[in-house]
Design a protein around this ligand. Structure first.
Ligand SMILES: [Zn+2]
Length: 301
């Protein structure tokens, strides 16, 4: 077992994606950054056209099953490489726009096999929670005397907080001076490390759960509704931006989540939850939906 070993593959892969995305932004979205020089918002949704992403062979290869990773890496590029364009410091949130009819789906047709896939849904917002905070990134510092090991861990939404395993620096100290075969055995029984959270390095973002129903064009009226109420998570500047009654076109990936307030390990039931990567408004406020029961509770309660 070798501590601190770097895996070359994924890193090189990530670098290639970062360069391809940086070049695309440089080439096609420079004027957006010129506009950003006068932006006074602290958080700003930066929309990128789906067609532009697909037109680049390197980027296209990352849009399949692991869109989450693409969004994370690309958003980091936006914020790191283009900060010089901003007059006031502002956090850019990458949003997708312009998905084609090919991505269109009804919420009511979603099944477990759709997990991780990206779709476009025409929906009515029928409920929403108050804004919630989500601990997106936590930094853990090893509590052992004289050890300066710190590890940042990106946290997943609505999961038990993930903490690091044994501290590699303490392990190295523990194992040093041992013979190779003795080391191998000892490495399996490392003393448990204890960590404390570095308060300055916690990153919280705002999130909100929306309850949604399919909104379908109807011959009798402008729209009719689907059968079920579905849950989506929006973040950052989308929080509180879409009141109950909004008709929205969501670009969202399908995720599977445990039932809230259940122990994740022990309950095998799962709900599908949408993670929103972009929103277009469809219409003005949907006052003509008389039959809707508006709710402030997310649909899974
Ligand atoms: Zn340590």
């Amino acid at each position: 077992m070798s501590f601190g070993r770097q895996e070359v593959g994924p890193e090189a892969d990530e670098q290639e994606l970062m360069n391809a995305f940086g070049e695309l932004i440089e080439k096609k979205y420079k004027s957006d950054f010129e506009m950003l020089s006068t932006c006074e918002e602290e958080i700003f949704s930066f929309e990128v056209e789906w067609d532009d992403l697909c037109a680049d062979p390197v980027i296209q290869g990352h849009l399949g099953d692991n869109l989450d990773r693409f969004m994370t890496v690309a958003e980091r590029v936006l914020n790191d490489r283009f900060i010089r364009y901003m007059g006031n410091p502002c956090r850019l949130v990458l949003r997708l726009s312009g998905l084609t009819d090919h991505h269109k789906r009804r919420l009511d047709s979603l099944r477990m096999r759709d997990r991780r896939k990206l779709f476009t849904f025409d929906t009515l917002v029928v409920g929403r929670t108050p804004p919630l905070g989500y601990l997106q990134k936590a930094a853990y510092a090893c509590a052992a005397k004289g050890c300066d090991f710190v590890k940042e861990i990106e946290q997943r939404l609505a999961r038990q907080r993930e903490s690091p395993g044994p501290c590699p620096k303490c392990a190295e100290r523990f194992l040093s001076g041992m013979e190779p075969d003795e080391r191998e055995v000892a490495a399996r029984f490392l003393p448990r490390s204890s960590y404390y959270l570095v308060n300055e390095d916690l990153r919280y973002i705002d999130v909100q759960y929306l309850s949604l129903m399919d909104a379908l064009p109807d011959a009798d009226g402008p729209w009719s509704l689907g059968q079920h109420v579905w849950t989506a998570v929006v973040d950052e500047d989308f929080v509180d931006a879409y009141p109950i009654g909004s008709l929205v076109r969501l670009h969202a990936t399908v995720h599977v989540d445990h039932l809230p307030e259940r122990t994740f390990d022990k309950d095998t039931r799962r709900v599908m939850i949408l993670r929103v990567e972009g929103i277009d408004l469809l219409d003005e406020h949907a006052t003509h939906f008389d039959e809707v029961t508006w709710t402030s509770e997310p649909s899974w309660r």
